[in-house]
Ligand binder design. Sequence first.
Ligand code: ADP
Length: 643
Amino acid sequence: MTAQDLVTYITWALYVVVFVVTVAQALRHPRKSTLDTALLFGAIGLISAESALARALNLPTSPRVDDLVGALLLALPYLLLRMVEDFSEVPRVVSAGAVLGLALSIVGLFASPNPRPGWLDLLLILYFVALTVYAAVAFTVEAFRSRGVTKRRMTAVAVGTGAIALVIALAGVELPLQAENPTLVMAVGVAVQVFSFISGAGYYIGFATPHWLRRAWQEPELYAFLARAAEMPRLPDTAAIVRELEHGAATSLGAWLAAIGLYDPTRGVLLYDPRHRVPAHPGVDANDQGPLVISTDDMLVGRVLREQRPLFSPDARRANPASSDMYQRLGLRALLAAPITAGHTPLGVLSAAARTTIFAEEDLSLLSLLANQAAVILESRNLIDEAAAVRAHEEANRMRDDFLSAAAHDLKTPLTSIFGQAQLLLRQAERAGEPVANAHGLQVIVDQTRRLRDLVNLLLDANRVERGSLLGARQPANLGDILQSAAGERPTSHHLIHVDVQAVLTGAFDVVRVRQMLDNLLENAEKYSPHGGDIRLTAWLDGDQAHLTVSDNGIGIAPDDLPLIFQRFQRGTNVDDRRFAGMGLGLYIASGVVREHGGRIWAESSPGQGATFHILLPLTGDPQPAVPLASLPPPVATSTDAN
Ligand code: ADP
């Protein structure tokens, strides 16, 4: 086998591969672009097969078969032109001229006498070369316009097409030479072989791009994208991240437009950077300021978000006629879109304009890859934002606590002496029989100072809960007795307190704090049953623990509030500050008392149905100091003047 034969066989093999790949693609996604490509390579395949068979079997030349092959050959530039139409506007006169030229050529081919007149051959070659060169130029222009992988594939196709034009042109040169100059004929023959090979290789690379080559082409852009990706979550704001992602996606895909719509679940819309704004359109917010808003019920991107599936639309205008104006203004024809989703949370949609529909299927998988990367980046950004918000919240809480604790400490001493002095003055005034106005004024001072002192004590207790140092020494005591006295010593009110102690409940307790906790629960039961009613205090033995309950028939607590009310400064959403005074510290301190005793506190309630607070207190505890807070479950409770 000569080197020339080898080149020929390799060229045929390349065309066979391209043929198989394009046919498979056409079968998988039958549409104009894939069918045109398959037809083009089908025709080339038939031509190659005929010459391979003729050569292998040494068949005599038959004019009819030659005409048939000639017709197939002449169909090639027309099919190429149809592929050009896939990504650019071909002037009508060119398309019409191509069809007419093809029809005339075929008629000329079959109707001409044998041997064909030289002028007809030349005309046919001229027709072929002119159209092929037109296609080659169109592919080249497109290669210049596109980027990334698309650019490289287009360049390969342009080279392949140019080489075909050269092959035919050289064949035309060969004709007049015929036998005149055998060396020249041979040189032209070799050149034909070389250009045939180049065309085969160009098409192979462009249309049947091997996986490794596509990866190698994508890698620089992808690496650049990934290198920037690490930094992206830390860009100043989400808009900057989105812009960077769009740029990266457009470069990696070789698309001229890539856009990310961020999903706003509360409004059910996609928000686009204002750069993508187009004039008012149904489904698009007419407001010129701020982001472009697209409803997820409209447009193809909405479908991608709803169905959570990537989508390729060869003709977005036709797929969604209602939005065709908008696509037109964006200059969009073929559209690729993939959902950006973190876990099961939809974050948005990444879409890109496809310049050509020929390469779109493969671009779609790259787009999905980029959308996944975008999801990671956007999710990281969300997490960073959330972490920053949590840190800011914690810092604000810490500053508030520090301030309150410092203020409470500083206020305690002067308040105590003001309170003492005011009480003294009041007693003296009463004894001296001073005018009522003076005595009343002093009484107001005493009452308000007491309130202030109670508040300061509450803050100091809350601080102790925080540090886990609320309890003082424990001593043996009977819980039943503490319950009875707490109920019996309540200031008279329009509530009836029922006490039911069903067992002897002795253990080691900080009696002052347990009493403080009960006082708080009883005070709450009264406060939050503004229309009066029964309050029940029950206690029984539950294993080796005392189980206490405090129930009322008051306003109750909303289910969402139940887990929160034991936290510092938390008040129920059904509680109006003007009607029910309070700071939201009572239950926090109560929970501290219970936890430091090694017990548990919780509440059961429905709004309007009253509330029941449950407390479990171990009875086995020795008279010993408190358990450190950190090792215990959730907190609660209130204080009066225990300090
Ligand atoms: P405060 O009573 O000062 O608001 P607490 O810590 O004692 O603070 O209570 C926290 C919140 O729990 C209250 O604001 C109220 O919403 C709710 N709460 C507590 N006890 C009751 C109760 N018996 N009935 C209804 N709501 C209650």
